[in-house]
Ligand binder design. Structure first.
Ligand SMILES: [Mg+2]
Length: 168
């Protein structure tokens, strides 16, 4: 969900507008020179941080494409994060953008490999999640971002994923 469909990185950049948060993913605390506790505190103290995040540029198109695939069911496998209000905020985000019924598609899970099984596909931006999902018998596909092993396709993440799905 985060940084695949939902623009978490963009939201963080709005929280620290005077700081340069690079495109290298989760070195944000290091970049900002703050502790993880300070990082999460700032998010918790920002009303509706999670619910107000934008779509990523191709996030909506990914959902549309998956909806069009025959014989396909899908869910959001998403981390509860280190933030007490993330679960509610993510629920509100889905409700706002995709409707109340879609909230039942939220699976809060840190270890996404728990959902791996034959034929199950995980689309994710984190190398660890993709690799662990494959190791546990699922099909892990990167959503290319500048911080993962599919970074050479980060200018066209949707094309990359649709191409991978086509050849399963
Ligand atoms: Mg993510």
């Amino acid at each position: 969900m985060d940084d695949v469909v939902v623009d978490l990185l963009g939201g963080l950049r709005k929280l620290w507008p005077d700081r340069e948060i690079g495109d290298d993913g989760w070195s944000v605390c290091q970049t900002l020179g703050i502790t993880h506790a300070e990082f999460w505190d700032r998010i918790v103290q920002t009303p509706n941080f999670w619910a107000d995040l934008d779509f990523t540029p191709q996030g909506r198109a990914l959902i549309s494409a998956v909806n069009l695939r025959p014989n396909t069911e899908w869910w959001f496998a998403t981390s509860p994060t280190g933030c007490a209000v993330a679960a509610e905020g993510k629920y509100r985000w889905v409700e706002k953008h995709l409707g109340k019924d879609a909230t039942s598609k939220i699976v809060l899970v840190q270890d996404k490999w728990l959902l791996a099984r034959q034929g199950a596909v995980l689309i994710d931006d984190r190398d660890y999640n993709v690799e662990a999902f494959c190791q546990k018998g699922g099909i892990g596909i990167h959503w290319p971002r500048n911080w993962n092993n599919a970074r050479f396709n980060s200018h066209q993440p949707l094309d990359y994923v649709l191409n991978r799905l086509e050849y399963l």
